[in-house]
Design a protein around this ligand. Sequence first.
Ligand code: FES
Ligand code: FES
Length: 182
Amino acid sequence: MTSLFEVVSEEASADTPIRRLTVTVNGNQHTLDVEPRLLLAHLVRQALGLTGTHVGCDTTNCGACTVLFDGSPVKSCTMFAVQADGHEVTTVEGLASASELDPIQEGFKDEHGLQCGFCTPGMMLSAKALLNENPDPTEDEIRWALSGNLCRCTGYQNIVKAVLRAAAGLRNQEDAGEDETS
Ligand code: FES
Ligand code: FES
C-alpha cells in the first residue's frame, strides 16, 4: 500500500525545504512530503497515526519512542524522518497479527510486565530485537538489552520475567514448527 501524506508545520513558509521520502512501516509503504526537521517519532505518530510509539523525554533518555529500524532498536526521537527514506520501520502496532499477539506481548501480559504501560511499547520492541538475535538470553543479557528503556512503575523485575517467558514461548513455537515439518 502506498499513501501520500504531507507533514508540514504551521510555521513552514514558502522557503521551507520539503523532502519526499518513502518508508515501509509495519509492512505498508508510505510516501510522505516532510520538513527535513521532522523527527521519526513524530512521523509515525502524527502522519501515520501510530500512537503506540510514545514520546516521553524527546532527549534520547527514556526509550519510550523505541521502534525497530531495519530490525534494530532505535530511539525514534533521535532520528529525522528523512533518514528513514528507503528503510523499514516496525512499531508496536506491527507486533501482533490480525488473530494473535506476538509472544513478546503474551509474555508482558502473562507476567504483568507493565503498570501504566507508557514504557511498554519501547520495552517490547527492544526485547523483540534481543530475541531475534539471541533466542535464549540470560537475565543479565535481558537487563543489558533493556538498559536504554526506563520504567518508572514496575521495578523491572516483571519486565525481565516477561522477556524470559516470551523467549521460552518463541522457542516452543519453533520446536512445534520443526515437529510439524519433520
Ligand atoms: S522520547 Fe525518545 S528517548 Fe525518550
Ligand atoms: S509501566 Fe509505567 S513507565 Fe513502565
